[in-house]
Ligand binder design. Structure first.
Ligand SMILES: Cc1ncc(COP(=O)(O)O)c(C=O)c1O
Length: 425
């Protein structure tokens, strides 16, 4: 029996109908490659699930985990540990000043749920504004904040979430074109807040650069004006950087491209380069001060788990030593040019967008109607060619480990281009 068959026998796989499932078996890994159950070396253009960003297997992170496990493998969430102090200090050095206090969670979904809980505790208000094309995690509270259809089978979910339309310029929900645009997407947020009653809104929660709902971001004024709107109404601004944090877009955090500082940042995925489960909520000094005199009414058994924190610390060290954020920024142009060439070559490519080492190819039936062309079995066909690719709806994502060699990136993109050439409309 193969490893995949054994895994299927007693365990459930997420996001999948279990019958007839044929999961990829991963046996070992290096930086941007893994070896599958058939001994094939696969180039990973998806960093597993956009989490193994520094590397899929980095010996230094693995060693730090082993060392921590040998010294102190467990601690209560209410206990102080040496690694907790060291990692807190290191993480504070990569976020904007004034956001250097963290609540540790187990991943991205519960980081978002905790940001929502904190916003409610601090403001005494209940409503959360999020966007339609958004994903904030699969647990019920995070799904309630999520706009995309993964929420629908679980309705009714947590009340109090109010959704606004997206700053998705290629498919502007307001029908504007880049030439005529007067930023209705921003005014709309304030209109909705006014209609809801600003005094009832605790927070606005957005992905500064959208993840699996299309990898787009708003016009340059979008985030700065969101900040102004929140300030005007005493509303907290939360940036979900679970997918874009830790160098993916060529900055430690994507929002840093726009010079805006939120009240909270939620993190996960690449925080340990996928080597251990961890998430975090960074909170402002004002929010932290609130809990000096009032209880933080929350807790998770494995919050601040020493082994995960050791993985997080080693990941930051690796990223610094290898200059991975700078590398993603440097490769920004290479990826952007390669995507532009793919767009020029194929009629079925409606738009391409990228920042750092995070890109998307948006497939369309034809460029006039912009009718989406589903990526169908592109992922499976890429795998047959030795490339692991993330696809969803009509999107093909390019998000390799930040340490990927230029040759490998070029080869991966050539293969993707070739496969797009064989797509049937
Ligand atoms: C933007 C964003 N937020 C939150 C999450 C949830 O993170 P996790 O799966 O670690 O709970 C994800 C996961 O894909 C994400 O992309």
């Amino acid at each position: 029996m193969t490893g995949a068959e054994k895994s299927l026998r007693h365990t459930l796989f997420t996001w999948s109908t279990q019958g007839g499932l044929d999961p990829i078996e991963i046996v070992s890994a290096e930086r941007a490659h893994f070896t599958d159950g058939q001994g094939r070396r696969i180039l990973d253009l998806a960093s597993l699930v956009l989490n193994a960003s520094a590397a899929i297997h980095h010996p230094k992170i693995a060693e730090a985990i082993a060392k921590q496990a040998a010294t102190l493998p467990a601690a209560g969430p209410g206990m102080a540990t040496e690694i907790r102090g060291r990692y807190g200090e290191a993480l504070a050095s990569v976020v904007p000043k004034g956001l250097g206090k963290f609540l540790f969670t187990l991943g991205g979904a519960d980081a978002n749920e905790h940001a929502i809980k904190i916003a409610r505790l601090v403001t005494g208000r209940a409503k959360i504004v999020t966007r339609h094309r958004s994903y904030h995690g699969a647990t019920l509270g995070a799904l309630a904040a999520t706009g995309d259809p993964r929420r629908l089978p679980f309705e009714p979910v947590m009340p109090g979430v109010v959704r606004v339309l997206d700053p998705y310029c290629y498919r502007c929900p307001f029908g504007w074109t880049p030439e005529t645009c007067r930023r209705p997407c921003i005014d709309h947020v304030e209109e909705v807040i006014r209609a809801e009653g600003p005094e009832t809104v605790a927070a606005v929660l957005v992905e500064p650069v959208v993840g699996t709902n299309g990898a787009f971001w708003g016009p340059p004024e979008y985030l700065p004006r969101l900040r102004e709107i929140c300030n005007r109404h005493g509303i907290l601004l939360i940036f979900d950087e679970v997918l874009t944090g830790f160098g993916r877009t060529g900055r430690w955090f994507a929002f840093q491209r726009w010079g805006v500082v939120p009240d909270m940042i939620t993190m996960g995925k690449a925080i340990t380069s996928g080597h251990a489960p961890l998430g975090a909520v960074a909170v402002s000094e004002r929010i932290a001060a609130h809990f000096d005199t009032k209880p933080l009414v929350t807790g998770l058994t494995h919050s601040a788990h020493p082994v995960s924190l050791a993985a997080g610390l080693a990941t930051l060290e690796v990223m610094r030593e290898e200059g991975l954020v700078e590398r993603a920024d440097r490769l920004d142009l290479m990826l952007a040019e390669a995507l532009a060439a793919i767009a020029a070559r194929h009629e079925v490519v409606g738009d391409v967008r990228s920042l750092g080492l995070y890109g998307v190819i948006e497939l369309v039936q034809d460029r006039g109607s912009r009718e989406p062309l589903l990526s169908h079995d592109l992922g499976r066909r890429a795998l047959a060619r030795g490339i692991h690719l993330a696809t969803r709806w009509n999107y093909v994502f390019i998000a390799p480990p930040l340490a990927i060699a230029e040759d490998d990136l070029a080869h991966g993109l050539d293969t993707v281009s070739e496969l797009i050439g064989h797509l049937n409309r």
